[in-house]
Ligand binder design. Sequence first.
Ligand SMILES: [Zn+2]
Length: 351
Amino acid sequence: MRAALKTADGRFEVTNVDRPIIPADDFVLARVKVAGICGTDLRHWNKAESELECHIVGHELAGEVVEVGANVVNLKPGDRVVIETVMGDGVCVFCNVQQYNICEHLYDVRTKFVSRAYGEFVAGPEKKFYKLPDHVSFEEAALIDTFSVCLHAHHLGQVSVNQKIVVIGAGPIGLGQLQLAKLSGADVLVADVVDSSLDLASELGANVVVNNQSDDLIARVRDFTGGRGADICFECAGGESMPQTLPLATKAVRRGGKVVIVGGFDTGETSIPLEWQRIQMSEIQIVPSASFAFHDIYPEQGMVLELLANGKLEAKKLITHRFKLDQINEAFETADAKESTGAVFVAITIS
Ligand SMILES: [Zn+2]
């Protein structure tokens, strides 16, 4: 099969590799149709990481079932599916209570099986596959992983009606966070440094948008919240902007408010200073959020699929660019240069 393999310098080489085989009777093999580029993938773009050399990466994907194991009951070849790539070892105390997003072996297990979106085929256990209704396209379905990350953070933040929410970062994650907060009846201010992303945030229902490069975000938040500060601030920028945006998030929330960290840190980050005494004395809660798993009895990915299918979440407007697998390096360059390209969600047609 065709697949994009990471090179030692952090780019991709598209080549032929062996197709995965079904390793157990409850497994399903799917042909990947569309994959997305996530902030996590971008943080590893163009970085020399020899440990990733020759790996297939990517974890936002939708496709079509081509083969099922003997014990698979709910799927058959030809079914259109979205594939959940958050997968733990299935045996630890966290996996046992469906908190597999914090499984110690999450990275190893998911990258061995389902988290391989930039190849023509993936294999995974039946329970990680969700059937798509006909009216949900593969492209839209590739955003379900992103929105599931948002839904997990939304649950941890406990967003409720009439709250004043600040979202820092108007990429796919921030725009998902915005939509969920609006669905819960909150008012939302979205901040970013890219004006085209802020225009999209307005279109998706943001009450206020702020370019935090050219405007004073904290002053604008005070105006938005009657001088108090936000009930919850979602940090959704992540990566290299985190040294600025995380301290900013702790200044944007009110006393007793919450900062939910959704954006990802660079590996080994230990050096971001925060005003710990002020944070402590005003009882600001710092809430880290990692991937997604279950909420009560419901898989968060399944909840997002339902919201998308019912028209409560908008995915189409976020898809700004489309590339083929052979153009994957160009796709990453486009996503990385969003200030000049206006990229939000970059979709890659895999097969
Ligand atoms: Zn586990």
